[in-house]
Design a binder for this molecule. Structure first.
Ligand SMILES: [Ca+2]
Length: 311
């Protein structure tokens, strides 16, 4: 197995393709800026951005077999190791002239020396030949795991960039990462990198959706739709100065399905609902009402009702 892979890589120079200019640009970092979310979200969520893991080959190299390959050694950046917990949301591969399919694979350590354990896989994607291929995906990942690549047809561009000190390892077909989590290192090649990159996005709410492009509500795991912060509006309140010690306040949240807590005269916020009825003593009073949306987004600033009860 080792010899077939080495032979393929050694013979690669003559198979290296003259690719269009666009293919030489880093396809992921040169892309459109990450989409931003609605204004309401800006107030409640830290600005999230994606990072690129791995490296597309500027000059892809044909491989002699259909392989699933991972990096067994890395001498420098960019790394194929995932730097932080999150979700892989896009992956890219620069295809050569050989038609076939490719798959992004996520691998972690194995109890077997040299092997890797397959932790996640994208869908198997047919590639457009002689082109940069980028595919959406959604693979939750943890820091310290790494991206790997499966190609399904001999002659596809499983590797590319040559870097002294790097090495790839893996297995040839019929090994299939979709059905076998034990990825062996029956093939190996030094001085080269696998031809794959992926975008890692944070996942602050741990819902398995990338917070930049897949999750419009990264502060709540209960939804991926836009989650505006609620705002309480007062519908009815006591007169500024009045005699009635039985007080009624009616209020509403801008976000349907919200719950409320109320604080009377600086005391602790307690669950409440509209109408809020209370008997109060003479003097000045202040009631604060705070809404929490159905997905757990708390109003930024409570609504406040001030009034005075006199004899
Ligand atoms: Ca998320």
């Amino acid at each position: 197995m080792r010899s077939s892979f080495v032979a393929a890589a050694l013979g690669a120079a003559s198979l290296t393709l003259a690719l269009p200019a666009v293919a030489t640009a880093d396809p992921v970092t040169a892309g459109e800026p990450a989409p931003r979310h609605a204004d309401a979200l800006e107030r409640v969520a830290a600005k999230a951005t994606g990072v690129v893991v791995g490296q597309i080959a500027a000059l892809p190299t044909s491989c002699g077999s259909a392989f699933t390959l991972f990096m067994s050694a890395e001498s420098g950046p960019p790394s194929f190791t995932i730097p932080s917990n999150g979700v892989l949301t896009t992956w890219s591969h620069l295809a050569n002239a050989t038609p076939g399919s490719a798959r992004l694979v996520v691998v972690g350590p194995s109890a077997v020396p040299g092997h890797r354990t397959v932790l996640g896989t994208s869908a198997l994607q047919p590639v457009a030949v002689n082109a940069l291929n980028s595919f959406p995906t959604r693979i939750p990942v943890t820091a310290g795991t790494a991206i790997a690549l499966q190609t399904t047809v001999p002659g596809m561009a499983c590797v590319g960039a040559t870097v002294v000190g790097d090495a790839v390892a893996g297995a040839a077909a019929p090994y299939d990462p979709a059905t076998n989590v034990d990825l062996p290192n029956s093939v190996a090649q030094a001085g080269i990198r696998i031809n794959v990159a992926a975008v890692l996005e944070p996942d602050a709410d741990g819902d398995g959706y990338g917070d930049v492009s897949q999750d419009a509500c990264p502060v709540s795991a209960q939804t991926q739709a836009v989650c505006p912060a609620p705002d309480t509006t007062i519908k009815k309140q006591p007169p500024r100065v009045g005699h009635n010690r039985f007080v009624t306040i009616k209020f509403k949240s801008t976000v349907p399905g919200s719950t409320f807590t109320c604080s009377v005269d600086g005391k602790k916020f307690k669950p409440c609902s509209s109408p809020f009825d209370k008997r109060l003593g003479l003097g000045r009073h202040k009631v604060k009402i705070l809404a929490t949306s159905g997905v757990g987004i708390v109003e930024a600033k409570p609504a406040t009702v001030k009034f005075r009860i006199t004899r």
